[in-house]
Design a protein. Sequence first.
Length: 76
Amino acid sequence: MLHTGQSAALGIIVLSSRISIELVQKAGMIGATVIVGVSAPTALAVRTAESIGLTLVGIARDDGFEVFTHPERITR
């Protein structure tokens, strides 16, 4: 997105690792609004995502996912 000049708010950050506070902070710094991970986030990552307005989705699998913060951005 950086190379094309698009805002991070237009995309979704997908992680294959545990969602940590550091990753949430970095996502927030670039203006991302949604972060998805295959593992559960740490408790501190959830609190931080909530406070900065970031939608945090974890435990993403073929059969579903869990929305931890700001679910209003997720529609089915």
